[in-house]
Design a protein around this ligand. Sequence first.
Ligand code: NAD
Ligand code: WQD
Length: 341
Amino acid sequence: MKKILVTGGAGYIGSHTLIELIKAGFKPIVYDNLSNSSPIALERVAKIACQKIDFIKGDVLDKALLAKTFSEHNFFAVIHFAGLKAVGESVDKPVTYYQNNVAGTLNLLEIMQQFNVKNFVFSSSATVYGDPAALPITEDMPRSTTNPYGQSKLMVEYILEDLAKADKDFSIISLRYFNPIGADVSGTIGEDPSDIPNNLMPYISQVAVGKLPKLSVFGDDYDTPDGTGVRDYIHVVDLAKGHVSALGYIERQNNPFGFEPINLGTGRGTSVLELVSAFVRTTGQAVPYVIAPRRAGDIAACYASSDKAKALLGWTAEFDIGRMCVDTWRWQSNNPNGYKA
Ligand code: NAD
Ligand code: WQD
């Protein structure tokens, strides 16, 4: 059974990916400092997957512990979710963000080279496309970012490209996620923001459950069909399966292939008001909202071309917006306070 080191595996996307890895016959080993997650998530994954999850409480900034971990396991690949992800916070704490996301990744790559583990799947983001010149977004479009979080993802991509050129044994897939939402069908694991949510879907679901009074729709004067921002929302379970497909691609290649960026999106755009009405329609919950000014740094529209993921990985997203809403609501209504009792 191939062992996969999953950094950040206790987090939102990581926890869902563990289930798919186990289903596909891999042996995940989680390495997470729990700075933005709960060990309860791993207990629940263990219940869903009917097996214990190997867990190392550790920081990717701790090189000695990383080296010890690699000396104790023979990893086939690393899936690197660990990192900080709040755009606004990254503007206030750039050093913390570059430290965790860039220096943390460098540590990991150094140890991987030392232990000759050369298959790497990186959590990148659609944020590396900045404000795209055309839609849908293809992987060869120019990259730019507007905040330290986005910069940290772009810097890591540059590092990975250089590494792949210098060390021909590496196979690196940079998965550029669009907007992950939804939750496992069990309703026992899901996204659990530690504070007031920044992102749209957790905000909607917290309004629906009565924790927040109303949603502010950030701008209705964009150049989009209804004036509100358009994004490519993707079910987190589809996203998780994309990681298994990436490992499958690595396994199928006879030779290391260097650096390959791949979008994980549905290829469909949904506006803020469309997402709100889909949520209301599918869950029967009220979501009061007001139109508010635009949020600084937001773009009008962003959605993926998913052609490359289909061609290379044989992967396409299956779940629609209605299913994303229903699964989010099941998690939120069963766990109004997330993993906190
Ligand atoms: P998350 O915060 O739920 O998960 C990240 C996990 O990494 C957490 O469990 C956290 O405790 C851990 N972590 C953070 N810093 C660490 C460190 N220094 N050492 C060890 N563990 C550490 O976030 P998520 O939504 O699951 O995102 C996973 C990855 O995907 C992140 O790299 C994020 O930037 C990227 N991403 C997320 C989104 C999104 O909208 N959720 C979109 C694009 C890309
Ligand atoms: C979606 C739409 C908002 C909240 C961010 C990061 C990006 C990536 C995903 C990690 C926009 C609108 C939102 C609210 C609203 N993360 N909105 N009211 O901005 O596409 O991307 O998360 O890589 O890097 O920037 O996602 O969910 O914040 O916003 O009207 O209370 O919802 O204006 O149009 P975004 P989001």
